[in-house]
Write a protein that binds this ligand. Structure first.
Ligand code: T4K
Length: 371
C-alpha cells in the first residue's frame, strides 16, 4: 500500500510522443492562435463526436458562459442555482445581470422547475441551470417553464462532456450549452471550453464575440472579448478525443467499485442510475447522513489526515459568498434543499488512472471512519 496523496482527480494525458507531430506542425507553420487549422479541425471533430449542431471553442468555460449570455443579449434577472461552482454566478455578474437563486430538486441537484416558476418577475429573461456532476437537469420541466414565460435557457454543462440523456448529448439542450475542458474535467485541453449552438447565425455571433467582435480586418460588430482557444489546446483536444471513450469506461469501473463498497454503509448515500441516461462518471459524490457515526466535516478531515483529498463540491453555496449573500433570494430560508445537500456532500477521488489499491484506501477510510 502507498501513502502517497490521493487527489480528487488527476488529469488524463495522452502519450507525449503522439502529440509531437502536432507540435512540430505548429512549430513549423507558426500558426499559434486566432482560429487556425487545429482550431477548425477540433470544432468539426467535436461536433461530430458529440452529435451537436455547432461548436465554438473557448479558452475556458467561464469566458464561454459570459459570452453565451452576451450572445443572447440577456439582461435584467436570470434564475440560477446556488449549488454550483462560483463561475456560474460570476458569469451573470460580469454581464451586469442580477442572479436570482432558486432552490434545487433533491434528485437532479439543480433547479427545481416549480421553484423557478415561483421566482419569475417581469425582469426575468433567462434560466441558467447546471447539469451537476454530468447528470441531467429536468430538461423537460425547465423547457416547459421557459416556453410558457418566453425565457431563454443557457445550460452550464461544464461537467457534461460525453454524458447522454434520451439519446442526446447533454450539451444538446437549451438555447445554448457550455462545456468545460479544464484539467479537472472528464475531457481536458489543460484549460478550455465550448459553446454549443443550434444555428449558423448564432455560431457566427459567438465567434465574433470571442474575437473582440471582429467581423473583418477593419470591422468590429460587438464589444467582444478575447476567448479564443489556442492551437496547442486544439491539437491536444483532437488527440484526447481518441482516448475519451476509454477514459469514461475506466471511470465507470471506479464508480462501480464505490457503489458496491458503500451499498451497506449506514448513513452514506450515493447517486444511483437514472433512466434514459448514459453517465460520464465525472464525479463521485457521497452524501453523509445522520445515520453515519460522524459528521460530514469530520469525515472530510479524516480523509485529509489519511492523505485523501476529497472535495466538497459544492460547499459553500454560491449564494453564501460575499458578493451574493445580500440578495433576498440568497437567504437560507428559501434554499433548504441546496443547503442540506451542500452540508452533506463529499466528492471522492475518481479518474481513469486511479489504482485499485488507492481506491481501497479511500473505501476503507469511509467505511471505518465512524467505527
Ligand atoms: N461551471 C461549473 C459547474 C464548473 O464546475 C466549472 C468549473 C465552471 C463552470 C468553469 O469552468 P472553467 O472556466 O474552469 O473551464 C476546480 C476547477 O478549477 C474548475 O474548473 C471546476 N469547475 C471546479 C469544480 O473545480 P478547484 O479549485 O477545486 O481546483 P483544484 O486546483 O483544487 O484542483 C482539484 C484537484 O485536481 C487537485 O486536488 C489536484 C487535481 N489537479 C488539478 C489541476 C488544476 C491536478 O491533478 N492537476 C491540475 O492541473 O476548482
Amino acid at each position: 500500500m502507498t501513502d502517497e496523496t490521493i487527489y480528487v482527480t488527476r488529469p488524463f494525458l495522452p502519450p507525449l510522443d503522439e502529440l509531437l507531430p502536432s507540435l512540430e506542425r505548429i512549430w513549423s507553420t507558426r500558426e499559434l492562435t486566432n482560429g487556425a487549422a487545429f482550431h477548425r479541425e477540433f470544432e468539426e471533430a467535436l461536433a461530430k463526436y458529440l452529435r451537436v449542431p455547432y461548436v465554438s471553442l473557448f479558452t475556458n468555460a467561464t469566458v464561454a458562459l459570459v459570452t453565451a449570455l452576451q450572445c443572447l443579449r440577456i439582461t435584467g434577472e436570470v434564475i440560477t442555482t446556488p449549488y454550483s461552482f462560483v463561475a456560474t454566478g460570476h458569469s451573470l455578474l460580469w454581464n451586469g445581470i442580477e442572479p436570482v437563486f432558486a432552490d434545487i430538486d433533491p434528485h437532479t441537484l439543480t433547479l427545481d422547475p416549480a421553484r423557478v416558476e415561483a421566482a419569475i418577475t417581469p425582469r426575468t429573461t433567462a434560466i441558467m441551470p447546471v447539469h451537476v456532476y454530468g447528470r441531467p437537469a429536468d430538461t423537460v420541466g425547465l423547457q416547459r417553464i421557459a416556453d410558457t414565460y418566453g425565457l431563454r435557457i443557457i445550460y452550464d454543462a461544464a461537467h457534461g462532456f460525453g454524458a447522454k440523456y434520451d439519446g442526446r448529448s447533454l450539451a444538446d439542450y437549451g438555447d445554448l450549452s457550455v462545456l468545460s475542458f479544464h484539467a479537472t474535467k472528464v475531457f481536458n485541453t489543460f484549460e478550455g471550453g465550448a459553446i454549443i449552438s443550434r444555428d449558423a447565425q448564432t455560431k457566427q455571433r459567438i465567434d465574433y464575440l470571442k474575437n473582440f467582435g471582429f467581423a473583418g480586418e477593419t470591422t468590429v460588430v460587438a464589444s467582444g472579448i478575447n476567448g479564443k482557444m489556442s492551437e496547442f489546446q486544439a491539437a491536444l483536444g483532437l488527440l484526447q478525443l481518441r482516448y475519451i471513450d476509454e477514459c469514461i469506461r475506466r471511470r465507470s469501473e471506479v464508480a462501480k467499485r464505490y457503489d458496491v463498497a458503500f451499498a451497506d454503509v449506514a448513513g452514506i448515500k450515493v447517486l444511483g442510475a437514472l433512466n434514459r441516461y448514459v453517465p460520464n462518471f465525472s464525479y463521485y459524490p457521497i452524501f453523509v447522513g445522520r445515520d453515519y457515526p460522524i459528521e460530514r466535516d469530520a469525515l472530510y478531515e479524516k480523509l485529509s489526515e489519511t492523505g485523501i483529498h476529497g472535495r466538497r463540491y459544492f460547499y459553500p453555496l454560491i449564494s453564501d459568498f460575499p458578493m451574493y449573500r445580500g440578495r433576498p433570494s440568497a437567504a437560507k430560508a428559501g434554499l433548504p434543499v441546496a443547503h442540506q445537500v451542500a452540508d452533506s456532500v463529499i466528492c471522492l477521488p475518481i479518474y481513469p488512472e486511479l489504482s485499485e489499491a488507492d481506491q481501497s484506501r479511500v473505501i476503507n477510510c469511509v467505511r471505518r471512519a465512524g467505527a
